[in-house]
Structure formats: C-alpha cells, structure tokens
Design a protein around this ligand. Sequence first.
Ligand SMILES: [Zn+2]
Ligand SMILES: [Zn+2]
Length: 431
Amino acid sequence: MATQFFPVTPQGLGSSDIEALDSYMLRLAAEHGVTEYQFSIVLAHWWNQTKSDYRFHLGRHVTYIAKIGHGRDIDTLIQALERGTGYSGFAGMTLSAFRDVSGVHVGTFVRGIHYWCPACMKEQVQRGLPVYEKLIWRLKAITRCSIHRIALECCCPSCGSHQSRHVDVWPECSACHASLVGDELDWTQVLTPSESEPDILEIVSYCAINPETVFRKDAARAFWELIRADKSATIRLKYDFFRRRHEPSRTLIDVLLRFAHEVQVPLLSILLDPYQAAAIRPLLGNLPSSEMNFQPKRRLTLKVREGLRQSLLLGIQSGEKYISLTELCRIHGCTSVVPKYWFPDLTEAFLARNRERRAVVVGAQARALERIHIDEGLDVRVTEVGWHEAIREVSREFNLPIHLVRDRLSVLRQMPIEKQSGCSKNYSENH
Ligand SMILES: [Zn+2]
Ligand SMILES: [Zn+2]
C-alpha cells in the first residue's frame, strides 16, 4: 500500500527496547532529507488538509514538545504518523497509557537531556541497524542498561557535551562528531538495578505489546483501599501516597513507582487490575521488616493458594472446633482478600459454616450464663480473693469468656436476689 511518507520502520516494537517517538520522528525526517522542524511542517500541512471534521488539528509546535508524553497533541501526532507511514502501535513509543493516571505533566519522570547505553549503540552500529534512542533511556528512573549492566551515558566521551536530539547524527556527537560509543574500558559496570527498573521495564514492554492500553485513573488508590480494608494485614507506609481529597487527584508516575516498591507489588499488576493485585499479594505483616526491604517483589505462590484451598475444605468438613477466616489467612501468610478472590464459593461456604458454629457456641454460652447466680459461696470468694479473681474462677468453672461473666455478675449485683432467675433469661436473650 502506498503511504504518504516513506515507511521508516519503528525499532524495538513489542519489547521494552521500543524506540522513543521523538527518535522515530527524527529518523523519519532524516529519511526525507529534511530537518525535524521542516518535517513537522510538512506533516501538519498534510494532516490538516486531509483530516476529517472529528479529527484534531496538528500544530507545527509538536517539534518543541517531548513526544514521549501524552495528551491531545501527542494523540494527534500519533494518528498522523500512523496514517502517514502505514505502521501502527506508536502509542507504545510514548507514555500514553498513563494519560488518565497522571495528567499531561510527565516532567518529573522524563529526562531533559539525552542518555544512551554505549554498548547498545555499538551493537546497533555493528548489526547495521538504525541507531535509535530507546523510550526507557528517556526515563529518569532508568540509570543503567539492564542488558549490558552498564551505566547510561549523557556526555560525549570526547568533548563532554550533552546531545542535542533535534539533529539525527547518532552514533556521532552533535557537537564534535566523535563516536558516542567511546572506549569500552570507560564504561561503568552497574550490577544492581535501580528500585524502579523492573517495574518500568515490565510496563514499557506491556504497553509496547498492547499499545491501546490506558491505565485506570483510580487503580492504585483502589488497590490501596482494598489492602488497607483487609484487617488481617498490618500495613504502615512511610509516606501518605494518596492524600484524602474530595476529588481523587492525579498521581505522578514517580509516586506510583515509589508506592509499588513500598507495598512490594508489581506496579503493572496494580494498574491493570487492583482487585487481582490485592489478591495475589502475600500478607506484608508476616514478613520481618528487614526482609521486606530486600526481598524482590513477592507474588502468592501456587503452593500457598493450594494450601489455602485445602484449609478451607477442612474447615467446612471438620467438627466443632473452628477458626476465623482472618486467622486461617494469617496461618497461610496471605490477606483475607485472597480466598474471596480465588475461591469465592468455598469461602462463602466456610463463612456460612462458621456462622452456624458461632450460633451454636453463643446458644451454649447463653444457657451457661443463666446458671450463674450470686450466692453466699461467691460472696465468700469475693471477700477472700477479690472481685477480679472471683470472676476468673467462675469463668473457668462455667467455661465462659471472662467478659461475659463480668457483665452477667454486674447485672446480677444490681438486682434483688429473688428476681435473679427470672431476669437472667431476659439478659441472655438480649445478648
Ligand atoms: Zn545496552
Ligand atoms: Zn563530542
């Protein structure tokens, strides 16, 4: 199919090595033998002539904006480039998936100057591929190349200048035209990834494969509400990530990354499905805090899930003794969202069985309480060992919780002896 512009192939499509849209547009301009500014004039002219009424106008100012962000201008630019070159999936070359989450502003997350991995650059040259800028190199949270495990560079090894990327001269320096690859001996090895590197790589490659992705605005907040509502978990975060406002405010991507790190759950899982993310997350309260800081992201294992299922079944089938769902989850090291998510029917049966057992226990307790009376023997015990110890003795004798005995005796002490048996029935019915 004939296209308006030369169909220059976008690099790294469908992977975390995907090209940044800025880089692509620069190469596209170079392929047409014009500058980036000239190309954007031609592109805007063509688009505004051919666009239908429901499409937005493309301004030539797109040259001056970072094209990896999101917003209406970027959307229009993507539509124009896709139509003009015949390729698709360009949204994956930007942060478009965050358009609802973080507003137009991505400035704190995106670099003002250009970085590159000299080893990747060298490989691109050696393999005869176009030398391009990866989207992840534009993100401040990425400080090394995860493939070559070396630090990204931002200065020309020969003259030390930062790189202007309005001209397509890579792998050469835009100032002195020496190679930006430099000497291998000068590359800095970095073995440990930055805190957010795994999250970013996962998100960028997911969006590269699914360029139509738009993350839900309230996903992270919904996830936080879910795990916080879970009484079996004791979660304390260092920062207040979602300040309570009447209208949910937009959250910066940096803040989301920090949050995901704190709760030890992959950010992509949180953004895609907060409910599932809450359910696959093990119980933080069970981990010693030292372990929490150094463990990689944790997901609930199949073994834990299967153990939980067995326990639920046992709980449903077994006899008198029962434990609460919260207690059961604590034993398995998961939150109580987990059984409700993975085994909704079993969990419902388990809870129903517990309610039945609870009713039996409460009935037995009520009958036992009726048998308690204040007599001379008790008066003697109170004088001898004191009120509190006397209550404890009665509670042991009748196999009742202390607080029930205390309440019962307080009521009995308020009334004349002869009325006690008649009123005790009312008491137990009320409780
Ligand atoms: Zn590299
Ligand atoms: Zn230079």
